[in-house]
Design a binder for this molecule. Structure first.
Ligand code: F6P
Length: 341
């Protein structure tokens, strides 16, 4: 078969491992010809392709990013975009498509499947907020980066007797903050699901100082104070309507400094969490997703996504990927709250 593959949305450690697994099993096991589209849906709109034979995917397993490039292009936000996508697939003889992405990329995939394109999706996001899968690859690596940063910040914070606020990614869901905060022994963890009380944050910081140590506050970029607003970097939105978040860490550090009377600094981890080499967990999960996706295509599936349930890779309807976000439940937050202060 002639099968197209693309990566869309924010990059994520493990994308190359998926591409490699699809190509390796597709070529050697099924006799497929794989066509990569550059920069997500932009490559399909513009028929910008990259031939993916075995040689093309040698050595990419441990590499972060995506060899195909990515973008947040939304064909449905462009006049005639969906028709151009269908025309490219027809002209290039693409019989099935494997899009690797989060809710936006897979949302486009869902609509194309409804329009008759044979699609098998692969879920990806460092935020781990897709409800249809227990974990997405990239999350484990991002948490590892954030945890290491927290470990390092403990020693410098204690030396200078100052609060350190660590801003991590997490637009709607606080999974990265929750896991990194618990693993790193943070004294306060603030997530988008739970609007926070500034007085309580200050009390926890004071308590930590009284114990002879300095506080570490981990905050998701999408967290906001009770009755307050999200911190935005710009008012602009992308092709899928998302605003660019960022700034809550700096705002919070200045509030804490003012209220505790002790110096506070903010560290924004940003794209450090997304770049670089994937963890072993992410490499294995991404590889298993890739193998399962190419097999699903050959089983005649369409409109499905591969997903992790327990330790099994299963197939779920593509629509399930975008139906609901997986948010941090109250009882999971209560577990990390035990360590506040
Ligand atoms: O969706 C993943 C994510 O990492 C979010 O946590 C974050 O808000 C966004 O991507 C940042 O995207 P960009 O790379 O476009 O700034």
């Amino acid at each position: 078969m002639r099968i197209g593959i693309l990566t869309g949305g924010g990059d994520c450690p493990g994308l190359n491992a998926v591409i490699r697994a699809v190509v390796r099993k597709g070529v050697t096991h099924h006799g497929d010809e794989l066509v990569g589209f550059r920069d997500g849906w932009r490559g399909v709109l513009e028929a910008d392709t990259h031939a993916l034979d075995l040689a093309a995917v040698r050595g990419i397993l441990p590499r972060g990013g995506t060899m195909l490039g990515t973008s947040r292009t939304n064909p449905y936000a462009i006049e005639g975009g969906a028709d151009r996508v269908l025309a490219t697939l027809e002209r290039l003889g693409i019989e099935a498509l494997i899009p690797i992405g989060g809710e936006d990329t897979l949302g486009v995939a869902t609509r194309l499947a409804e329009a008759g394109v044979r699609v098998v999706g692969v879920p990806k996001t460092i935020d781990n907020d897709l409800d249809a899968t227990d974990y997405t690859f990239g999350f484990d690596t991002a948490v590892g980066v954030a945890m290491e940063a927290i470990d390092r910040l403990h020693t410098t914070g204690d030396s200078h007797h100052r609060t350190l606020v660590v801003e991590v990614m997490g637009r709607h869901a606080g999974w990265i903050a929750l896991h990194a905060g618990m693993a790193g022994g943070a004294n306060v963890v603030l997530i988008p699901e739970q609007p926070f009380d500034v007085d309580a944050v200050v009390t926890h910081c004071q308590h930590r100082f009284e114990s002879g140590f300095s506080p570490i506050v981990v905050v998701s970029e999408g967290a906001a104070p009770k009755g307050g607003e999200l911190a935005l970097q710009t008012g602009e939105t992308d092709a899928f309507g998302h605003v660019r978040l960022g700034g809550i860490g700096i705002a919070l550090a200045s509030l804490i400094e003012e209220r505790t009377g002790r110096e506070a600094r903010a560290v924004v981890l940003g794209h450090l969490q997304r770049g670089g080499t994937p963890s072993h967990f992410d490499r294995v999960l991404a590889t298993r997703f890739g193998l399962a996706a190419i097999d699903a295509v050959h089983d005649g599936e369409s409109g499905v996504m591969v997903a992790l349930r327990g330790t099994d890779i299963v197939r779920v309807p593509l629509s399930a990927a975008t139906a609901r976000l997986k948010l941090v439940p109250v009882d999971r937050y209560a577990e990390v709250e035990v360590f506040f202060g």
